[in-house]
Design a protein around this ligand. Structure first.
Ligand SMILES: NC(=O)c1ccc[n+]([C@@H]2O[C@H](COP(=O)([O-])OP(=O)(O)OC[C@H]3O[C@@H](n4cnc5c(N)ncnc54)[C@H](OP(=O)(O)O)[C@@H]3O)[C@@H](O)[C@H]2O)c1
Length: 243
């Protein structure tokens, strides 16, 4: 049976690649915020791969945006099988001595609160799905810490912890897992990382290259397909945690 899948932040990067990978024979809700044209491109590619695409716009910095996303999906379907909480971002680099309350709120709202609230809102639709599951997107920054991105790292650490708690509470009906990417070449780093910083990341990575969105999308697909995994966070980071 065709799966009904919601991918947040599917206009660009990891979310767009995930929507493309999951497209064949499935119905994909492609969420975006500002990048309408890119989201339309994702939708075209989903359709070319034999999927059905629905575009949904919502600003996930706000509770109202999360509610709007849920409302728009729920008028079109009474069940979903997969929720990929992928939308996120660093928002702004800031040193520890420069923190502002509003910035902290924005980073947590986008990366953590939206993941939590969308999970909560979509549970009733997931309960009607087949082998339903949620995949959250964490980050290597949750484990390593990240200078000038400490709030972002903490927000993703909360996503990991939320993943385990939600998995425990929602079992056995709904599986909840996460993927923690290392440095992946997407528009994320065009915005937040200089070429010098990117080179330092590459040098530190045992596999000596950055990841691609497809590397993360394949890990998401694996978690969707494996019905005996829940409460896990899978690292996709080129070997950073080898000991
Ligand atoms: N790239 C990496 O190295 C890396 C590493 C670790 C974790 N991650 C995580 O992976 C996820 C995907 O990031 P990416 O690398 O694919 O970056 P990306 O290409 O910048 O994609 C970010 C996505 O999030 C959406 N988004 C941003 N702000 C939003 C808002 N206020 N409301 C709703 N949606 C919003 C964007 O939508 P619009 O453009 O339409 O606004 C876009 O679709 C994020 O959670 C990120 O934190 C990335």
């Amino acid at each position: 049976m065709a799966k009904i899948i919601v991918v947040t932040g599917a206009s660009t990067g990891i979310g767009a690649q995930t929507a493309r990978l999951l497209a064949e024979g499935n119905q994909i809700f492609i969420h975006y915020n500002a990048s309408r044209e890119a989201a339309e491109q994702t939708a075209t590619e989903v359709q070319e791969r034999g999927g059905t695409a629905h575009l949904v716009q919502a600003d996930l910095f706000t509770e109202a945006g999360c509610d709007a996303l849920y409302s728009e999906v729920s008028v079109m379907t009474n069940r979903i099988d997969v929720l990929v909480n992928n939308a996120g971002g660093l928002v702004q680099r800031q040193g520890v001595s420069e923190f502002e309350w509003g910035m902290m709120e924005r980073v947590f709202a986008l990366n953590t609160f939206s993941t939590m609230l969308l999970t909560s809102l979509f549970v009733p639709l997931l309960e009607k799905g087949t082998d339903p599951c949620i995949v959250n997107i964490s980050s290597v920054a949750a484990r390593t810490g990240a200078p000038t991105a400490t709030i972002y790292g903490a927000a993703k650490g909360a996503v990991d912890s939320f993943t385990r708690g939600a998995a425990a509470e929602l079992a056995p009906e709904i599986r909840v897992n996460a993927v923690a990417p290392g440095v992946i070449e997407t528009p994320f780093h065009e915005r937040y990382s200089t070429p010098e910083r990117m080179e330092q990341f590459r040098e530190k990575t045992p596999l000596k290259h950055h990841g691609r969105a497809a590397d993360v999308a394949r890990a998401i697909l694996f978690l969707i397909e494996n019905s005996f995994i829940t409460g896990e966070t899978i690292d996709v980071n080129g070997g950073l945690f080898m000991r």
